[in-house]
Ligand binder design. Structure first.
Ligand SMILES: [Zn+2]
Length: 197
């Protein structure tokens, strides 16, 4: 979660009109030709955030939920210099992808974080925010977009692991939360991939 004091989710009940992830495996992934050029994902909307640091060499992808109630409030917040938060990518529940900084530039999504002897994981990671209040089922379209994005990133950078914010900020953060379909997500990424580990 980006900023718990601003986007505390209300724990909304499932929207019965939404496609549940159990149906996602029947859905073709969105874009097999997604590419990265000059550290930007082709086809993503690009809106550069001021909230960023220097050059990084990413080795992890960190999955988050934004805790926001609509598709744009987290983006607006991450584009505001006052927030001092950002992520490289935001994916709406409809699967729309917005990139906020080049993938080799440090964003400010992880906060106080540790993993395998490293701290300040922003220095080593690409952050992906998924629009979700926290308790909602992740729609198939959104997961498919995240899979496509991760496959493109893995093809381009020496990614070692895909982790949750809850992995690197244990006890402090819960996202991407219990609804995030980790095993299916990783299986879809590995399926005819570009050579991930
Ligand atoms: Zn987070």
């Amino acid at each position: 979660m980006l900023i718990s004091h601003c986007f505390i989710g209300a724990g909304a009940p499932y929207n019965i009109n939404e496609i549940l992830f159990t149906e996602a495996l029947q859905i073709k992934l969105n874009n097999k030709d997604m590419e990265i050029k000059d550290h930007k994902i082709t086809g993503a909307t690009y809106r550069e955030t001021p909230n960023k640091g220097g050059i990084i060499r990413p080795r992890y992808i960190i999955m988050h939920y934004d805790g926001a109630s609509n598709a744009t409030s987290a983006l607006t917040w991450m584009l505001d210099p006052k927030s001092k938060v950002s992520a490289h990518l935001h994916i709406s529940r409809e699967g729309s992808i917005t990139q906020l900084a080049p993938l080799n530039v440090k964003c400010w999504h992880a906060g106080v974080s540790f993993w395998k002897g490293l701290n300040d994981i922003n220095r080593f990671s690409i952050g992906i925010e998924l629009q979700n209040k926290g308790q909602e089922v992740y729609p198939a379209k959104q997961i498919a977009a995240a899979v496509d994005v991760c496959k493109a990133i893995i093809a381009q950078y020496p990614i070692q692991e895909i982790l949750g914010h809850s992995d690197i900020a244990a006890g402090r953060k819960e996202d991407p939360g219990k609804q995030f379909p980790w095993s299916k997500f990783k299986m879809l990424i590995k399926k005819d991939d570009h050579g991930t580990t």
